[in-house]
Design a protein around this ligand. Structure first.
Ligand code: CA
Length: 228
C-alpha cells in the first residue's frame, strides 16, 4: 500500500485530502507544520508528498528543495495563488506537479495515482542509473523518455542523445564541434549549426524560461554546459 504524507496547515483541507486519499486505498499521514513536516518527509518512508506552500515553521519552497536533495519521490505542491505556482516552476525546485486551491478532491486523487504509477514504473524499470533526475527533469535512458516537472515531453532521437550526453556530463563545457562529433558521429561532414538548432529545441521542451535557462547554459564563445 502506498504511503502518502500531507503537509498542510489548514486542517479542514488536510482532513478532506486525507479522507479522499484513504478512500482510494492509500495510507495517509498529516503534518500541520512545515518544520515537523520536513522532518517526517526526510526521515519517514513515504511514496509521495502533498505539500502546501505557506506553512508555519518552514515553507513549502524550502521543504521541496530539502526533500529533493535526498529523495526522488513525487512531490505535489499545492498553493492558493496561481502566481506562487509560477514562482515554484521558475525556481526549478523539482516538484512533480502543482495544484491551485481550491481543487476538487477527485482531481487530487487522480494526480496522486498518476504520479505513483509513473514513479513505480520508473523505479521498476531497472537500475536507478538508467534514470537521470536533475531537479524537475527526469530522463529514462532505457525507455528513452523525458519528463519535465512530471509532464512527459516528446524528443527526437538526436535531441534525446544530446540532452542525455550533456546531463550525464554535468558542469563540463563542450564546444559545438565536439558535441556534433560525439552525437552525430561525423568528424568533418555536416553543419555545426545543427547543434545550435537542437539545443534550442531541447530548451523549448525542458526550460521554464528559455531566455534564462536553468539546465543548459550557453558559455559565450565556447559552447554549452549542463548545470547541476
Ligand atoms: Ca497554508
Amino acid at each position: 500500500m502506498s504511503r502518502i504524507l500531507i503537509i498542510e496547515d489548514e486542517e479542514s483541507i488536510a482532513d478532506l485530502e486525507k479522507d479522499y486519499l484513504e478512500l482510494s486505498g492509500f495510507e495517509v499521514e498529516v503534518e500541520n507544520r512545515g518544520d515537523t513536516g520536513l522532518e517526517k518527509a526526510l526521515n519517514g518512508d513515504y511514496d509521495l508528498i502533498v505539500l502546501d506552500l505557506m506553512l508555519p515553521g518552514v515553507d513549502g519552497f524550502e521543504i521541496c528543495k530539502k526533500v529533493r536533495e535526498k529523495k526522488d519521490i513525487p512531490i505535489l505542491m499545492v498553493s492558493a495563488k496561481k502566481d506562487d505556482i509560477d514562482k515554484i516552476r521558475g525556481l526549478g525546485l523539482g516538484a512533480d506537479d502543482y495544484l491551485t486551491k481550491p481543487f476538487s478532491p477527485s482531481e487530487l486523487v487522480a494526480r496522486v495515482k498518476a504520479h505513483l504509477t509513473r514513479y513505480e514504473r520508473l523505479v521498476g524499470a531497472g537500475s536507478r542509473s538508467d534514470v537521470i533526475e536533475i531537479r524537475g527533469l527526469k530522463i529514462d535512458k532505457t525507455a528513452r523518455r523525458v519528463w519535465v516537472d512530471g509532464v512527459e515531453k516528446p524528443f527526437t532521437t538526436k535531441e534525446f542523445d544530446l540532452l542525455t550526453f550533456l546531463a550525464e556530463n554535468p558542469n563540463h563545457v563542450y564546444s559545438k564541434e565536439e558535441l556534433f562529433r560525439r552525437i552525430w558521429n561525423m568528424d568533418s561532414v555536416g553543419d555545426i549549426a545543427t547543434v545550435t538548432v537542437h539545443i534550442k529545441k531541447i530548451r523549448e521542451k525542458i526550460e521554464f524560461d528559455t531566455q534564462n535557462p536553468q539546465y543548459i547554459e550557453t558559455i559565450w564563445g565556447v559552447g554549452y554546459r549542463f548545470k547541476v
